[in-house]
Design a protein around this ligand. Structure first.
Ligand SMILES: [Fe+2]
Length: 322
């Protein structure tokens, strides 16, 4: 299905939104991203992201670090990663394959803090000659396809997410040195946050699964039961029908709703350079089906980053003691 939205300004042509997969993903054409887009164009982009969960724009070669951040500001408040320093002294996070930070695990960005990012905007600078694709999954579709007994079970569950997860279990192939180096930075502060396993999306009202690699265990279950149940629920997220796979070109930009997706960076481009930049936009504290919000268990509050405000800093009323 192809849908179109009216052009934002005379002479700019029409914005088109074309689906890529049946349940997730669309390509937006007719937009030159930047901080100067008018309200109607921004609204059209936001609506497309909410509907299709991830959208792709080709040939945004003009976009530099400042323009990238300025565009992000049109979707919300940019936020810094809580532990990993930016690459531009402001908000841009480096997604490069020359260190241990390869994202070849299914995850939602920064779920170890309560108000994890609402949107992530990823811009491709250098793309390898082969490999390095990214996959996204629709976690609302994954929830919707659960058989009723599993949906009821998930509705009542809560899960603890941490950045100090078991790397060895998920990254057995990683080079120890680079792994240790990245891990040291990534876990310089250990975060633990309890989220509802099913959150009600604040903009669409959809129910989405909150799982992924940062999930350590379900509240009230031991490790073994947690792993078994997590595998059952997570398998619906990873079902190919709920996913889309993107073959990057330099100049591409992907924008996703981090509250309704997981993603996976395929680590198959050998030693070729792969350099992307990510700007994230502040989220909101998840609310479960029963109205209970997420709770920050550790540390007592999200510390100030080197620049700006940190992802998940909007923790009002979600401290464990509160
Ligand atoms: Fe990610």
């Amino acid at each position: 299905m192809t849908s179109t939205a009216p052009a934002s300004a005379p002479g700019t042509g029409r914005i088109t939104v074309e689906k890529v997969g049946g349940r997730i993903g669309a390509v937006i054409s007719g937009v030159r991203l930047g901080g100067d887009l008018d309200e109607r164009t921004v609204a059209a982009i936001r609506a497309a992201v909410l509907e299709h969960k991830v959208v792709f724009l080709r040939d945004q070669h003009h976009l530099d670090a400042a323009g990238h951040e300025a565009f992000g500001r049109l979707l919300g408040e940019p936020v810094a990663h809580p532990t990993v320093p930016s690459v531009d002294g402001r908000y841009a996070l480096g997604i490069d394959n020359d260190h241990g930070g390869r994202a070849n695990q299914w995850h939602t960005d920064v779920t170890f803090v309560p108000a994890y990012p609402a949107f992530s905007i990823l811009r491709a600078e250098v793309i390898p000659p082969y490999g390095g694709d990214t996959l996204w999954s629709n976690t609302a579709a994954a929830y919707a396809e659960l058989p009723e007994p599993l949906r009821t079970l998930a509705d009542g569950l809560r899960g603890v997410h941490t950045n100090d997860y078991d790397y060895a279990a998920v990254r057995p192939e990683a080079v120890p040195d680079e792994l240790l180096q990245h891990r040291e930075v990534f876990t310089s502060i250990t975060f633990r946050t309890e989220h509802p396993v099913v959150r009600v999306h604040p903009e669409t009202g959809e129910r989405t699964l909150v799982l992924g690699t940062f999930l350590q265990r379900f509240t009230g279950l031991d490790g073994r039961d947690s792993r078994a149940l997590r595998d059952v629920l997570q398998s619906h997220v990873e079902r190919p029908e709920n996913t889309v796979r993107w073959r990057w070109r330099a100049g591409d930009v992907a924008i996703w709703d981090n509250r309704a997706t997981q993603h996976y960076g395929v680590d198959d481009s050998d030693d070729h350079e792969r350099t992307l930049r990510r700007v994230t936009v502040d989220g909101d504290v998840p609310v479960g089906v029963d109205g209970r919000r997420s709770v920050l268990l550790a540390p007592e509050s999200v510390p100030e980053p080197e620049y700006g405000i940190a992802s998940g800093a909007s923790t009002d009323g979600v401290l464990a003691e509160a």
